[in-house]
Structures are given as structure tokens and as C-alpha cells.
Write a protein that binds this ligand. Structure first.
Ligand code: NAD
Length: 301
């Protein structure tokens, strides 16, 4: 039987590409979201659920994945894994207190329900914003490059703080339930149609991408990362940067950073074109191999 995955927030920008990628890789996926899956042809069932309500959360994790579930002899049990992407995905969508309350409550509820129902693999969406600069006040410098997962981070904005709280809940519950909970510090998500639309500006005016550390993640490659996280057991609590391989620039990383981030120390040897928000850990630990590099879609030369 195909592994059963509950994916929260799958109707959003990242999930609408990550879910089809997971289905392609052989999973059965239930989308749990406030809104329907945008692609009606994709045959993705959505259970309308408000994850800030713990009761709804427990129920959503013990439901049929679609109506054919009623045909078999068994009532549904918990899924094999939970991927939690639902969130207010940035500041300024709602007032800060609602962003904090919504994100922290939904992440707590999902992790608690999954762990108490015996699910041993949970993947949660954290964010590049935890590296302090993205929504920090003023023109901040990153503490150091490359941005690796073990850095101590202290973001000042509410959205990033809500994501860091999610990581902390994940760490505690992984310990208490001996579960694997992997937090993905997701880079700026790029959908296929956005390369042609946005990259000419990103490349010609590098200043506009400082807040994203000149890094990104293709939404379909993010689906691959979720798959690899599901397949890799036994790591307990982990933080993984989820970004593509290379810097979004036309000259190599060290030379680029010396020009555009002269005040930020470089703390280890970087690969020639390595993204400043480095994905070295997912390549080494999970075996990530990107399929969708930005240069496939936009050639600035
Ligand atoms: N988009 C990015 O560049 C980016 C970067 C870093 C991290 N992230 C994180 O990745 C995840 C996915 O981001 P996205 O861009 O797809 O966001 P999105 O806003 O496009 O989608 C989020 C989805 O979550 C759903 N949702 C929100 N609150 C909910 C609730 N209470 N119950 C159920 N569903 C709810 C929304 O309906 C929406 O479909 C988020 O957790 C976000 O914080 C995104």
C-alpha cells in the first residue's frame, strides 16, 4: 500500500507543487487546508480544516483520504507521516499577534496530534527568515556566510519568531515521543512561472535579493526534499535548510559576497557557486539532487 501522507497548507504556493511531486513519487496524500486545492485536475482531496483548533487537528489526522476510504473494511488510522506547511506565510497578512497566535498554535496542534497518535515522522515548514535579515528592521547584515543550520539565530520579527517557536516545539516533542521531526528552513519559494517573471530583476539588481541571501528553492524541488525527509529515518529533531544549490548571481559566490556583503565574514570554504543559504546538509544527509536550477529558465549571459 502507498504510504499515506497528511500535508497541511497544500493549497498554497509551495504545496500546490510539492503535493503533485509527492504523488508522482508514490504517496497517497490528503491536503488539509482552509481552502481547496487550486488545480481541480490534480485529483487532490482537501479536508477543510482550521488547524488552530486542536480538535479539528486530531480529527484531520484520523480521517479517510477520500470517499473510496469508505469502501474498505477498516476505519482510518493515523497517517505514516505528516508534512505541516499551513501558516500565515509572512508578516503583514494579518496583525502580528494573529500571525504569532495562528502559526504557533497550528504548529503545536499538528505536532502534538501527530505524536500522540503515534506518527513517527513529522516535517514542518520553518523559514529562511529565522536568519534574521529577511524581515529585520533596516539594512541588516547576515551574521556570517554560509548560513548553515547550527548557527544561533535571533530574529526580531514576529513571523520569524513564530517559526523559531515551531522549531522549539518540534525539538521538545521529538525528544518526548522519540519521533523524527525535521524542520525545513525554506528559502524563498519559486514557482515555475516565476523564473521568467522575476529573475531578470533579481540578477540585474542584486540588492533586491539581499533579504533572501541570494538563494531560493524551486517549489518542485521542495517536494523532493519532503520525499527525502520521509525516507530518512532515525535522525530525531533536525533543522535542514531547504534551498537550491547555487547563488542567484552571474559570478561566483566568494567574489559576489565580497562585493555585495563586504561586512559579513565567510566562515568556511564555500563551493564555487554555493548558495549563501547553503543546502550542503540536505545534499550530504538526505542525498538531495536539485532538478530545477534557475539557469534552466533564465540565461543572463
Ligand atoms: N513562500 C515562501 O517563500 C516561504 C519561504 C519560507 C518558508 N515558507 C513557509 O512554507 C510554508 C508554505 O508557504 P506558502 O508560500 O505555500 O504559503 P501560502 O500562504 O501560499 O499557503 C499557506 C496555506 O496554509 C493555509 N492555512 C493558513 N492557516 C491555516 C489554518 N489555520 N488551518 C489550515 N490551513 C491554513 C492557507 O489556506 C494556505 O493555503 C509556510 O509555512 C511558510 O511560512 C514559505
Amino acid at each position: 500500500m502507498a504510504p499515506r501522507i497528511v500535508f497541511t497548507g497544500g493549497s498554497g504556493k509551495a504545496g500546490r507543487h510539492a503535493i503533485p511531486e509527492l504523488i508522482k513519487r508514490g504517496y497517497e496524500v490528503l491536503n488539509v487546508d482552509l481552502t481547496d486545492f487550486p488545480d481541480k485536475e490534480a485529483n487532490v482531496f482537501t479536508l477543510k480544516t482550521d488547524l488552530t483548533d486542536s480538535g479539528q487537528c486530531f480529527n484531520a489526522l484520523t480521517t479517510h483520504f477520500n470517499f473510496s476510504g469508505y469502501e474498505g473494511p477498516h476505519v482510518p488510522g493515523p497517517p505514516d507521516a505528516v508534512i505541516h506547511f499551513a501558516a500565515y506565510a509572512r508578516n503583514m497578512l494579518v496583525p502580528d499577534n494573529e500571525c504569532f497566535k495562528g502559526n504557533v498554535a497550528s504548529t503545536y496542534n499538528v505536532i502534538e496530534a501527530a505524536c500522540k497518535l503515534g506518527v513517527k515522522k513529522v516535517i514542518i515548514a520553518s523559514s529562511e527568515t529565522t536568519y534574521e535579515v529577511c524581515f529585520g528592521q533596516g539594512d541588516l547584515d547576515f551574521t556570517s556566510f554560509p548560513l548553515d543550520e547550527e548557527a544561533d539565530v535571533n530574529p526580531m520579527d514576529t513571523y520569524a519568531i513564530s517559526k523559531l517557536c515551531g522549531e522549539r516545539v518540534a525539538r521538545g516533542f521529538a525528544r518526548r515521543f522519540d519521533a523524527d521531526i525535521y524542520a525545513l528552513r525554506i528559502g524563498n519559494v519559486v514557482e515555475p512561472h516565476e523564473y521568467a517573471q522575476d529573475f531578470p530583476k533579481y540578477i540585474s539588481d542584486p540588492k533586491v535579493r539581499k533579504r533572501n541571501a541570494w538563494s531560493y528553492i524551486d517549489a518542485r524541488d521542495l517536494g523532493q526534499i519532503c520525499d527525502l525527509c520521509i525516507k530518512k529515518d532515525g535522525l530525531g529533531f533536525q533543522v535542514f535548510n531547504a534551498t537550491n544549490d547555487t547563488i542567484t548571481a552571474t559570478f561566483p559566490t566568494r567574489q559576489f559576497l565580497e562585493q555585495f556583503a563586504p561586512n559579513t565574514p565567510i566562515t568556511r570554504e564555500m563551493e564555487e557557486w554555493e548558495a549563501p543559504l547553503s543546502n550542503r546538509k540536505i545534499r550530504k544527509v538526505l542525498g538531495f539532487k536539485e532538478n530545477y536550477n534557475w539557469r534552466m529558465y533564465y540565461n543572463p549571459e
